[in-house]
Design a protein around this ligand. Sequence first.
Ligand code: SAH
Ligand code: SF4
Ligand code: F3S
Length: 444
Amino acid sequence: MKLSKEVKVLIHTFGCQMNRLDTDIACESLVSSGYKITDDESEADVVLFNTCSVRDHAEERVLQRVRQIDRPGVIVGIMGCLAQRMGDELFRLLKKRLHIVCGTRRFPFIDDLVSRALAGERKVMDIDESPLPTPGIFEAHERSLHKGIQGFVSIMRGCNNFCTYCIVPYVRGREKSRPIQAVVDEVQALVDKGAVEVTLLGQNIDAYGKDIDSSLAELLRAVHENVKGLKRLRFVTSHPRDITKELLQAVNDLPKVCNHLHMPAQSGSNHMLEAMRRGYSRETYDEKLAMIKEFAPGTLVTSDFIVGFPGETEDDFLQTLELVRTSGFQTSYVFKYSPRPGTYSEKNLIDDVSEEDKKRRNQLLLQAQEESSTARNNALVGSEHEVLVEGLSNRDATRLTGRTGSNLICVFPAPENHKELIGEIVRVRVDSATALTLYTHIVC
Ligand code: SAH
Ligand code: SF4
Ligand code: F3S
């Protein structure tokens, strides 16, 4: 459709990195149909929300934001996981404020939905219920770079795990891997645009390749070998069960692959892991940590935890606390259990841990992680690291910030030529440390 006047579209993005990528793909389809992307809400003719459903709080925040839009004539749409979960219920909930609902597999066609809404069609909705991704969902050509140097590539979609608390398999469908060559080509295209670090994304990334007779280890090797000009390659999120010796060997062998794994444990108690249907025990998780030390030494692990899952006793929680105290995680994200409509735990288990206990356990776990991170970072004072320079620090414009391959954040005084250093790898020595940051200076 040819637009008769310039129409400006704003997309607000919530949730995980996959959602950020989907926003980029949606923007691309809008631009190709003649729309202009803006980040100024006051001038937007169309405001879209790319949403997350992983916890109740994430959904409530979006609904609140939608209700706050009261400019007459503006077209409002909800895309992403909340759209997929609630479908046309959203029109009932938000009444005349909402014009478009677009599911997690239809965002490449958002331009068409926007055009229909602008032409006066009411309640425009496109939700694909088929479990496998729609063709086109992986394709993106004009992907934006973050900080001018970082690119993200989706290598698989969906999740087959059905952990009992989790909405992701319901809103994102079944696992589907992308062919190796397509990934290699996209990483190369991002590097040609200026990316020096590329992160491969998947909800359950170490299951990559199961459906196409391949593996993440094979993919990492192919990208490493064939992409010219790439400095660093990352991947998230790893499921503990699918971590293999081959994968760890690839991480160890390939110098551009960063030695960092985000490998959420969720709990340190077997009783909870079973109720969550995570598919591994505490012992297996500990074995995976030992395997990482053996086959990819120097690799740092970050984790997620859920506190207050139904039936979690104080003893279960203490086992989680002990895991955090002893495992040397680089950081941990801690979430209070939030029942998600339609999941096994919401339908069959009682949310019986009080809000007070959830809060207390959340704080204790964060505190334990902070103590562990502080001790580990302090032990690094005097050591040297290779850091990819990302840019000036948001907090202090006289310093540069960057990360080690193992994902430690390093800041250091910006030299005069600091612009030339962005996107370069420099060597730094650690002077002092906090739980989250290493204060360093450049040694070469
Ligand atoms: N695919 C990733 C996780 C995606 S969701 C994995 O398997 O690890 C990100 C994190 O949100 C999860 O690791 C979990 O800790 C948390 N989470 C998911 N569902 C939740 C729920 N219902 N309540 C609280 N936290 C939840
Ligand atoms: Fe959710 Fe589990 Fe799949 Fe992660 S592995 S997305 S927690 S169902
Ligand atoms: Fe949220 Fe959907 Fe990502 S539920 S975490 S935005 S896959």
